[in-house]
Design a protein around this ligand. Sequence first.
Ligand SMILES: Nc1ncnc2c1ncn2[C@@H]1O[C@H](COP(=O)(O)OP(=O)(O)OP(=O)(O)O)[C@@H](O)[C@H]1O
Ligand SMILES: [Mg+2]
Length: 509
Amino acid sequence: MFKQYCPNEMEDHLKKYTQKLVSLVYPYIEVTFHEFTSEGFYDRSKAYGAIQRYLTTNSTTRAKRLKADMVRDSKSLVLSMDDREEIADEFKGIKVWWASNKNIPRTQVISFYGDEEKRYYKLKFHRRDREIVFGSYLNHVMDEGKAIEVKSRKRKLYTNNRNEQWAGRHRRTMWSSVVFDHPATFDTLAMEEKKKKEIMNDLITFTKSKDYYKKIGKSWKRGYLLFGPPGTGKSTMIAAMANLLEYDVYDLELTAVKDNTELRKLLIDTSNKSIIVIEDIDCSLDLTGQRKKKEEKDEEGDGKDPVSKKKKEDEEKSNESSKVTLSGLLNFIDGLWSACGGERIIVFTTNYVEKLDPALIRRGRMDKHIELSYCCFEAFKVLARNYLDLESHDLFETIGKLLEETKISPADVAENLMPKSDDEDAADACLANLIKAIEKAKEEAKVKAEEEEKEKERAKAEEEKKAKAEKEEKEKAEKEEKDKEKEQKSDEEVKEKKTAGEEVKENGG
Ligand SMILES: Nc1ncnc2c1ncn2[C@@H]1O[C@H](COP(=O)(O)OP(=O)(O)OP(=O)(O)O)[C@@H](O)[C@H]1O
Ligand SMILES: [Mg+2]
């Protein structure tokens, strides 16, 4: 009725004045947080998620009606307060109220997104607390909520796709992921206890040093270089690191990265609290070799008939290798872009540390160098405890002595310790097998060393022989030269004599 007699402008005016009037007597401010914002239809609002997590764990009065939901990427059910519940929270002496609510659509539209109800949280607080709420309380809620979310989410293992798979499509597919579920921990990792503790402390200190890094003006990241022979636990240690810190893992396959620009994009697309891994860095990037190869190809391609040229180009495209350069990689680790986001650990692994460019492994790029070496007695004891539940055994002493003299990787030791049957004396059999294996390795190493020695001697003898032959050759040549000279000289003398004789003859005649 009111609408019928009242023009639209009038209604607006009225609304405005009533709002003003209400705000005079109603001292509260209300803020709403919608589950889906207008910008990201598919994306649940990050704020909504954080508030949801925060409210179920941190509010002072607990909600009595909860609802449970399976949220994507979460380890377990997520509890949140049910619709139309209200709870209070306190922060720095102020009181705020949170209510959960939903809008039910008035029109009967069949929605593409399924549930058309729009949920939101409403925060209510007194006008005088405005500054505290906007200045610090909301940040506090977001931080706490996100921290809870990180703790309860499933961690992911990402790997980069080849360029063709994402170019032209949505950027999100640059990395594809699976749930990260590696069971390795520092407990199960076989290495000296002291070294292990040191690495763990280093990692934990890093995660707590946000303010420190800010103070010293460094971006919050840390590089580790893991080096050592195959099967000494480099990859295992990365998994243990991720499990210790509860970080995601980005396994970067450098050969699948087209160029430096793409490398940068990949970096920007990683999230905080993550470990970026580049395995076998010495193999994945043969910098000088690659560029040379490319140039050669280009030259060959010139001047051919168009058909074969086209074919050649196609071939090149299919096995085109990465154009990532050393400088691109250095920038990736340490350049300006590496500072975006933070809380990242970059791990490189290699079997040959001496092959790497010194610029790549200097501190600042790879802050901590960790050598993983062959199995020592202490490492063996960890493996024996893990694999056989053995703390001590008669054979330990023998094994300890053998390990001191032999280079055998923890992977080989572990393989021998794996029980091959479920008999009671499986442990004895395993240890006996291990001793055999170590002795075999020792024998092999000895044979190899002898062969190498022989090879060396042979090479030396050959060298000597060669040198001798060269010397003889040289001497021979010198002798020949001398003989020649002599011959020449005598020839000349004869000639001179001859001419002298003729002159005498002439004079006499
Ligand atoms: N230090 C270790 N502690 C526990 N297990 C180990 C250790 N080293 C190796 N292993 C065992 O050996 C296997 C191979 O180890 P891993 O893959 O970590 O070696 P790696 O150093 O990464 O080798 P590569 O250089 O060939 O990549 C693992 O599955 C693990 O079970
Ligand atoms: Mg490995």
